[in-house]
Design a protein around this ligand. Structure first.
Ligand code: KG4
Ligand code: ZN
Length: 340
C-alpha cells in the first residue's frame, strides 16, 4: 500500500440525499448530506422532484465538503460517484457532475455500486468501530433495499437473499402511513414500539423460500387489520398506538433475524454486519446482540452517519478501487438497476 496520502472526493445522488465527502485514505475528512425535505408532504420520494433538488444542491454540497475538509480540488487524486442502482434522474445529476469535474481536473473517475458501498462503509476508519473480517455476511436494510450478501473480499460479493417486492423500510413507512404517522415513519414506530406490548397483535410472517424476503403482504395485513378494528372502534389507533407499533416491529425484526439465522447456518459464517437506515432500529440492534449470546455471532453496526445514504461510503469504495487502479471510462453511464 502507498504511504502517500490519497484524497478522494465521493459523490452520492442515487435517491433523495445529495451528498459529497472527502477522504484522506480511509479517514473521512468531511461528509456533507443535504436531505430533501420536499418529499415529506408526499409520503414518499417523488423522482422528478428529487432530480431537480439534486441539481440545486450538488454544487454547494461539493463546495462545502471541500471547505470542511480544507482540501482544494487540485489536491484530489480521483472522483468517485454512485453509478447505480437508484433513480435514473437522480443518478444522472451525480454522474454528469463527477464526469465533468474529473475531466476538468484530469484525474481518474471511479464508478461505485451503491449497494457495495453500503457494505464497504464498514471499512471507513473510525474510533470505536471494528472492520468485519472476511468472509462475513452483510444485511443492507433501508427504505430502498433489503439484501443479505456474502462478502468474500472487498470486491467479491454474492447476493444470497433479497426482497422480491418492498424493502423493509417501506414496510415501516407504509405501515406508518396507515396509522397516520409522518414520513418516514420508521423512527417513530421504533420509539413507540419500546413503550408497547410486542405480542398484543400477532401478524403472520410471510412464507418466502430460502433467503429472500417479501414485505408487501405484511403491509396489506396491517391495512386489513386496522380497517377491521377501526370499524368496531373508531378510536382504535389512538388508544392502542404503542401496542400496534410494538407488534409491527416485533414481526419485522423476527422476519429479518429468521433469515439471518438461516444465512449463517447455510454459509457457516458468524460475522454479521448491517447497514442502511433501518440499522438505526433499536429492535434489530437488540436482536443482533442477543444473537451474539445465542448463536456465537460477532456483529458490526457502523456509525449512523455512514449507514444511511452518504458520500463517505462512496468515497471509501473509491479509495479501495483507486489502490487497485480500477478506473471508469469517461463514457460510463448511470445504471438504475446496477447489480452487485
Ligand atoms: O438508508 P436510508 O436513510 O435511505 C434509503 O432508504 O436508502 O433509510 C431510510 C429508511 C426509512 O424507510 C426509515 O423509515 C427507516 O430507514 N428508518 C428506520 C429507523 N430509522 C430510519 N426504520 C426503523 N427504525 C428506525 N429507528
Ligand atoms: Zn442506500
Amino acid at each position: 500500500m502507498s504511504s502517500q496520502n490519497i484524497y478522494i472526493l465521493g459523490i452520492e445522488s442515487s435517491c433523495d440525499d445529495t451528498s459529497a465527502a472527502v477522504l484522506c485514505n480511509n479517514v473521512v475528512l468531511s461528509n456533507v448530506v443535504a436531505s430533501q425535505k420536499i418529499h415529506e408532504e408526499f409520503g414518499g420520494v417523488v423522482p422528478e422532484l428529487a432530480s431537480r433538488a439534486h441539481q440545486q444542491n450538488i454544487v454547494p454540497v461539493v463546495d462545502r465538503a471541500l471547505k470542511q475538509a480544507n482540501i482544494s480540488k487540485e489536491q484530489l487524486h480521483a472522483i468517485a460517484f454512485t453509478r447505480g442502482p437508484g433513480l435514473m434522474g437522480s443518478l444522472l445529476v451525480g454522474t454528469s457532475f463527477a464526469k465533468s469535474l474529473a475531466y476538468g481536473l484530469t484525474i481518474p473517475l471511479i464508478d461505485v455500486n451503491h449497494m457495495q458501498a453500503h457494505i464497504l462503509a464498514h471499512f471507513i476508519k473510525e474510533d470505536g468501530f471494528q472492520h468485519p473480517p472476511f468472509p462475513f455476511l452483510a444485511m443492507t436494510i433501508s427504505g430502498g433495499h433489503t439484501q443479505i450478501v456474502k462478502v468474500d473480499n472487498y470486491f467479491k460479493m454474492d447476493v444470497i437473499g433479497e426482497t422480491i417486492d418492498d424493502a423493509v423500510g417501506e414496510a415501516y413507512d407504509k405501515s406508518g402511513k396507515i396509522l397516520g404517522l409522518g414520513y418516514p415513519a420508521g423512527p417513530e414506530i421504533d420509539k413507540r414500539a419500546q413503550l408497547g406490548n410486542p405480542k398484543a397483535y400477532p401478524f403472520t410472517k410471510p412464507r418466502v423460500e430460502g433467503l429472500n424476503f417479501s414485505f408487501s403482504g405484511f403491509k396489506t395485513a396491517v391495512l386489513y387489520f386496522i380497517q377491521r378494528e377501526v370499524k368496531n372502534n373508531p378510536n382504535f389507533i389512538e388508544e392502542n398506538l404503542n401496542d400496534i407499533c410494538a407488534s409491527i416491529q416485533y414481526t419485522i425484526i423476527g422476519i429479518l433475524i429468521d433469515k439471518l439465522k438461516l444465512a449463517s447456518k447455510q454459509t457457516g459464517i458468524k460475522h454479521i454486519a448491517i447497514g442502511g437506515g433501518v440499522s438505526a432500529n433499536s429492535g434489530i440492534r437488540r436482536a443482533l446482540k442477543a444473537g451474539e449470546q445465542k448463536f456465537g455471532w460477532t456483529t458490526y453496526v457502523p456509525k449512523f452517519e455512514f449507514t444511511t445514504d452518504n458520500a463517505g461510503m462512496i468515497a471509501i469504495v473509491g479509495y479501495l478501487k483507486y489502490l487497485e487502479g480500477d478506473f471508469a471510462a469517461h463514457d460510463v453511464m448511470a445504471s438504475a438497476r446496477l447489480k452487485i
